[in-house]
Write a protein that binds this ligand. Structure first.
Ligand code: N01
Length: 539
C-alpha cells in the first residue's frame, strides 16, 4: 500500500489535484482498485472541495439528499443517513469526512498545498507538479479534480480596497462565520447563492440591501426533515435510486414528464404548475419535456413563476423589479429557495436595481450607484465564479513544448469528451468544460468520469502504453457536438449566464457544459471505449 508521505523526489503514478467529491473517489479508484502510487494535493485544510469553501449562510445543496452522494458502494450508501430533503453544507462536510475516514483516504492527501504549475517533462513522459510551498512532484498521470465553481469572481469595482467595513465573497467564506447582527449589510448578486443567503442574512442584519443586476426565477425548495419512512425507503432502494440517477439527463432522482406543454389545456397546465410549485425544488423543470427547447412552452412556466413573485411580494415596485426577468426559465441555472421572495416583505430589507442604475464605485462607507448612496458595514459578494475553465487555468498547466493551457484555450475551451486536451498527454480533467457536469446532479457525472479515467489508465497499463491524448479531429468533433447540444436548447438565450463565460469580463463567450444529457454522454463514452478508444492516440 502506498505510504502517506511520499517523498517529493519519488516518481508517482498519479497526482490528483483537489480533495472534493471527484478527487477523493479518484484516489480511491487508482490506489485501491489499481494499486497505484497516488498523491492528492489539496489547497484547503480538509476534504470537501467546493463545500469546504462555500460555507456562506444558508449554503445547502439544491439536489435532493438521497441522490447527492456516491453510489459506487452499497454499504457506504446504506451506512449514511441524511437528515433533510436537501443537505446543508455542514452535513455534506460530515458526509465527505465520513467517506475519507471509511476508506482511509487522508493518508494520501496533502492538505494546505496549492498547485501553482504543472509542466511536461516530455522525455521522461512525466508531469512535474509544483506547489506554492516550493515542492515538485513527478507523476505519469495528472488528474485535475478542482471542481467547476471554485474560482471566486469578485467584481472589479473601483474603490473596493478603500471600503472601511468588511467584505466577503460567498465562495471564500470565513470558517469562523460572520456576525451580521446590528449591521447594515449589502448583498451583490441574485444567483443561486444570493438567493440562498439573502433570507438567512436578513434574519440578523439590522438592514439588508440587495443589489440586483439580473432578476431571477426561483421555486420554493420546501426543505424539511426526512421522515423515518423515507429514510428507510432510501436505504432499501440503493439499486433503484442509482438506476434512476444514471438514466435521467440531469442525473437527478426524478424523471422528466413525457408530455408537452401543448398536450394539456391551459387549466390543466396551471394545475400541473401549481402541483410542481407545491412539491418544490429543481423538479419544477420536469413538469413538461419541452420547457428547455420550445420558447413558447417555456413562456408558460416563466409567466406562472412571475405571477407567483407578484403574489408574494407586497410592494408593487419591488415585485415588478423581481419579476422583470429577461431570460427563459432555467436557461440560467434555476435557483430554489427558502423564503426568498417573502424576504422582501421584511421592513429591514430593500431591493436596489443596479441594471438601470449600475454600481459606480465603492467608498469607505458603502456602495454608490448611478441612483444614490448606500451606506454599509458589510458587503457580501454573491457574484459567482470564473466557472469551469477558471479553476483549471489557475493551475499553470503547460503541455508539450511548454504550451500553456491558457493559450491552447485562448478562444475558449477545446477538448475531447470534457476529459482530455491534445498536446497535454496523460492529463485528465474531471468535470472539465465539455462535460455534462454543472447541468447535472454533480456526483453522477463525477462517478462516471472517475471510473472512465480509471478504466482508461488500467487499459494503458495492461497494454503497456505510456501516453494518451486525443486527436485534434476528435477535439473538433466534440467541440461541435457541445455547441450543437447547446444550440438545440434555450440555454444559450441567457446571454449573461456563466455557462457562457459571460459573467467574467474578457472571457471568451463559449457555451461550456455539454447539454446533451448525462445518459447520452455516458453512452458516447462507452461507445468510444468499445471502438478501441476511438479519438485517442495511445502510444
Ligand atoms: O453565481 P451566479 P452563484 N454587479 O453567477 C451578479 C451553483 N450553486 O454563486 O446575472 C452586480 O449564478 C450576477 O448578475 P448577472 C449553481 O450551479 C449551487 O449564485 O451577471 N451584480 C448574478 O446575479 C449556480 O448557478 C448551489 O447580471 C453582479 C450573481 O451576481 C452557481 O453555483 C448553491 C456583478 C452571480 O450569480 C453559481 O451561483 C449555490 C456586478 N459586478 C450555487 N457581478 C447548490 O445548491 C455578478 N453579479 C448546489
Amino acid at each position: 500500500m502506498p505510504d502517506a508521505n511520499i517523498a517529493a523526489a519519488e516518481t508517482l503514478d498519479a497526482v490528483i489535484i483537489g480533495a472534493g467529491f471527484s478527487g477523493m473517489y479518484q484516489l480511491l479508484c487508482l490506489r485501491d482498485r489499481l494499486g497505484l502510487k497516488v498523491q492528492v494535493l489539496e489547497a484547503g485544510d480538509g476534504v470537501g472541495g467546493t463545500w469546504y469553501w462555500n460555507r456562506y449562510p444558508g449554503a445547502r445543496c439544491d439536489s435532493e439528499s438521497h441522490s447527492y452522494n456516491y453510489t459506487f458502494s452499497k454499504e457506504l450508501f446504506e451506512a449514511w443517513e441524511w437528515s433533510e430533503r436537501y443537505p446543508q453544507q455542514p452535513e455534506i462536510m460530515r458526509y465527505l469526512n465520513h467517506v475519507a475516514d471509511r476508506f482511509d483516504l487522508r493518508r494520501n492527501i496533502r492538505f494546505g498545498t496549492r498547485v501553482v504549475a504543472a509542466r511536461r517533462d516530455e522525455a521522461a513522459n512525466l508531469w512535474e507538479v509544483s506547489t506554492a510551498g516550493g515542492e515538485t512532484l513527478r507523476a505519469r498521470y495528472l488528474i485535475t479534480a478542482v471542481g467547476c465553481l471554485s474560482t471566486a469572481n469578485v467584481p472589479r469595482i473601483a474603490g473596493l480596497e478603500s471600503f472601511a467595513g468588511a467584505w466577503y465573497h460567498t465562495g471564500q467564506w470565513p470558517h469562523a462565520g460572520v456576525d451580521f447582527s446590528g449591521k447594515r449589510v449589502g448583498v451583490v448578486g441574485t444567483g443561486s447563492t444570493g438567493i440562498q443567503a439573502i433570507p438567512v442574512i436578513a434574519e440578523t442584519a439590522a438592514e439588508l440591501t440587495v443589489f440586483q443586476r439580473t432578476a431571477n426565477y426561483s421555486v420554493p425548495a420546501h426543505n424539511a426533515p426526512l421522515t423515518p419512512e423515507f429514510k428507510a425507503w432510501v436505504k432499501g432502494n440503493h439499486a433503484e435510486i442509482r438506476q434512476v440517477t444514471r438514466s435521467t439527463p440531469n442525473g437527478h432522482a426524478f424523471v422528466i414528464a413525457n408530455r408537452s406543454v401543448w398536450d394539456v389545456s391551459a387549466e390543466e397546465r396551471e394545475a400541473l404548475y401549481e402541483a410542481a410549485w407545491d412539491k418544490g425544488g429543481l423538479q419544477f423543470r420536469a413538469t413538461f419535456r419541452d420547457l428547455l427547447v420550445d420558447k413558447q412552452a417555456n413562456n408558460t412556466a416563466a409567466e406562472f413563476l412571475k405571477r407567483k413573485i407578484r403574489g408574494i411580494v407586497q410592494d408593487p415596485k419591488t415585485a415588478e423589479l423581481l419579476a422583470d426577468i429577461d431570460h427563459p426559465y432555467a436557461a440560467k441555472r434555476p435557483p430554489i429557495d427558502d423564503n426568498y421572495f417573502a424576504t422582501f416583505n421584511r421592513p429591514n430589507v430593500r431591493l436596489v436595481d443596479v441594471r438601470s442604475a449600475p454600481i459606480e464605485r465603492i467608498t469607505p462607507t458603502g456602495i454608490v450607484t448611478a441612483a444614490g448612496d448606500y451606506p454599509l458595514d458589510i458587503i457580501v459578494f454573491a457574484t459567482g465564479f470564473d466557472a469551469m475553465t477558471g479553476p483549471l487555468l489557475a493551475l499553470g498547466i503547460e503541455g508539450r513544448d511548454g504550451l500553456p493551457l491558457a493559450e491552447a484555450w485562448a478562444a475558449g475551451p477545446r477538448n475531447y469528451l470534457g476529459l482530455q486536451v491534445a498536446g497535454f498527454p496523460n492529463l485528465f480533467t474531471v468535470t472539465g468544460p465539455g462535460s455534462p457536469s454543472v447541468l447535472c446532479n454533480m456526483p453522477v457525472p463525477i462517478e462516471q468520469h472517475v471510473e472512465w479515467i480509471t478504466d482508461c489508465i488500467a487499459h494503458m497499463r495492461a497494454k503497456g502504453l505510456a501516453r494518451v491524448e486525443p486527436t485534434e479531429a476528435a477535439m473538433d468533433g466534440w467541440v461541435a457536438e457541445v455547441n450543437a447540444a447547446a444550440a438545440a436548447t434555450l440555454l444559450p438565450e441567457a446571454g449573461h449566464s456563466w455557462y457562457l463565460g459571460a459573467n467574467v469580463p474578457g472571457k471568451p463567450r463559449v457555451f461550456m457544459p455539454y447539454a446533451g444529457g448525462m445518459a447520452r454522454y455516458r453512452e458516447t463514452c462507452e461507445a468510444v471505449v468499445a471502438k478501441g478508444y476511438v479519438g485517442f492516440a495511445m502510444t
